[in-house]
Design a protein. Structure first.
Length: 397
C-alpha cells in the first residue's frame, strides 16, 4: 500500500523540479531576448549616426513622408500591403527621419523578443533547447546583429513563427490567420502553406487551412485591389517579374561579370541576360522546392521548413542579406555544425559591413564582396547536405 504513495510523492517532486527548471530557463531566455534588444539598439544607433542610408528605411521614409497619399492607392510601393500601411502610420507619428527610424527599431525589437520566446517554447517541446544554441544560432547570430534593425523581416518572421507554433499545437485557426498576416507583411511565409497541407491528414482540416488563409489574406488585400489594382499588384510584379538579381547576391555577381553589369542598383545593361537567368533560377527553385516536399515528406515541419528556405536562398534571384533572418530559426531548431554556420552567417554580416568605415573593404562590389558571396553560398549548401546526411544516418541506424 505504501509503494504507490511513495511513487506519487516522487513524481510530484520530479514534476515540481522540472517546472522550476522550465521557469529558470524561461527567465534566462527572456533576459537574453532583452539583451538582444539592447544589442540591436546599439547597431541601430550606429546605423543612425554613421551609415543612415545603408538600411531600407531611408528610401521608404523619403517616399512616404513626402506625400499625403496612401501606398498602393496613390503611389506605388514595393512591399506587401501590411508593411505599407504600418510604415505609413509610422510616418504620421514621426516628425523626422530619426523618429521614424526609432519607431521601426522598436517594432523590430518587440518582434525579436516575441520570436525568441516562441523559439524557446518550440525547442523545449522537441527537446532541443539549450541556452548556448539559442544564443549562437539566433540571439547573437551575426545576421541578427547587423540586420535585425534594417528592414521589416523580423516583423513578418514573428507571425510566421507564431503560425508554426500554433500549427504544432493543432490550433489551426490561429495558425492559418497568423500565416496569412505574415504573407501580407512579407511573401516568404507562403512557402509554409504547402507544408501545412502535406502534414495535415484530414481533408476537412486542409480545407479549413486554405479557407482561413485565403479569407484573411483577401480581407486585408481586397480594399486596396479594388481601389487601385495596378498599385496593389505592383509589389508582386516588381518582385517576381521586374526586379533583376540584386548585386549583393551570387547570381547578381554573375550578372555583373557576364551580363554587362549594372547601370544602377536595380537596372542592368543587358536585361535579356537578367531575364534569362531569372527564368532558369525560378524553374530550378520550383523544381527543388517540390522535390524537397516529395522526397522529404516524412520529415517534421521544422526540417521541411529548413529545407525549403535553404533551397529558396540558394536559387532565388533576389538574396538580400537580411533574408538570412528567415533561416536562422530553422537552423536553431534543427541544428547545424557551428563552423559551417559561421562560414554562412559571418560573410553575410560582412556584406553590409563592406559599405561601412568599420571594415577595410572597398565600398564598391569588388572581389572582396565576390569572395563573401561564394563562401556564403558554399556554406549554405554544406548545411543542407549536413542535414540530409544526418537524416540518412539516422534511417540507416
Amino acid at each position: 500500500m505504501d509503494r504507490p504513495k511513495e511513487k506519487t510523492v516522487q513524481d510530484v517532486r520530479e514534476k515540481s523540479s522540472q517546472e522550476q527548471t522550465d521557469k529558470t530557463e524561461l527567465r534566462i531566455v527572456f533576459l537574453l531576448a532583452i539583451l538582444l534588444a539592447f544589442t540591436l539598439s546599439i547597431f541601430f544607433s550606429y546605423m543612425l549616426k554613421i551609415a543612415p542610408k545603408k538600411s531600407d528605411y531611408i528610401g521608404v521614409w523619403d517616399k512616404l513622408s513626402s506625400t499625403e497619399g496612401l501606398p498602393y492607392i496613390d503611389l506605388v510601393f514595393e512591399y506587401p500591403v501590411l508593411i505599407g500601411m504600418v510604415v505609413k502610420a509610422l510616418t504620421w507619428l514621426s516628425d523626422s527621419y530619426e523618429a521614424f527610424l526609432g519607431l521601426n527599431a522598436a517594432l523590430a525589437l518587440f518582434s525579436g523578443i516575441g520570436s525568441t520566446i516562441i523559439l524557446y517554447k518550440m525547442s523545449k517541446d522537441n527537446g532541443r533547447f539549450s541556452v548556448s544554441s539559442i544564443s549562437i544560432f539566433w540571439i547573437f547570430a551575426p545576421s541578427m546583429l547587423m540586420y535585425g534593425v534594417y528592414n521589416w523581416d523580423l516583423f513578418g518572421l514573428f507571425f510566421m513563427l507564431f503560425s508554426i507554433y500554433m500549427f504544432l499545437q493543432n490550433k489551426l485557426t490561429l495558425s492559418s490567420i497568423s500565416l496569412a498576416i505574415g504573407i501580407c507583411i512579407k511573401l516568404f511565409p507562403v512557402f509554409l502553406l504547402p507544408i501545412y497541407l502535406l502534414k495535415t491528414k484530414q481533408v476537412n482540416e486542409k480545407v479549413k487551412i486554405v479557407s482561413l488563409v485565403g479569407v484573411t489574406w483577401l480581407l486585408i488585400n481586397l480594399p486596396f485591389a479594388v481601389a487601385n489594382f495596378d498599385g496593389w499588384f505592383y509589389p508582386y510584379r516588381w518582385q517576381i517579374i521586374m526586379r533583376p538579381p540584386n548585386p549583393d547576391n551570387l547570381w547578381g555577381l554573375l550578372i555583373k561579370e557576364f551580363g554587362g553589369g549594372y547601370i544602377d542598383f536595380y537596372q542592368v545593361h543587358d536585361p535579356e541576360v537578367s531575364a534569362s537567368l531569372s527564368v532558369v533560377l525560378s524553374a530550378t527553385l520550383l523544381t527543388s522546392y517540390l522535390a524537397m516536399l516529395y522526397f522529404k515528406r516524412e520529415e517534421n515541419i521544422l526540417k521541411l521548413g529548413f529545407y525549403v528556405f535553404t533551397v529558396f536562398l540558394l536559387f532565388n534571384k533576389i538574396y538580400s542579406p537580411q533574408y538570412n533572418l528567415w533561416l536562422l530559426p530553422f537552423i536553431f531548431l534543427v541544428k547545424a555544425p557551428i563552423v559551417i554556420f559561421y562560414l554562412f552567417d559571418v560573410p553575410n554580416f560582412l556584406i553590409l559591413g563592406a559599405h561601412t568605415p568599420w571594415f577595410i573593404f572597398s565600398p564598391q562590389y569588388s572581389y572582396h564582396i565576390a569572395i563573401l558571396l561564394v563562401v556564403r553560398h558554399i556554406a549554405l549548401m554544406l548545411m543542407l547536405l549536413f542535414n540530409l546526411k544526418e537524416r540518412r544516418i539516422l534511417m540507416d541506424s
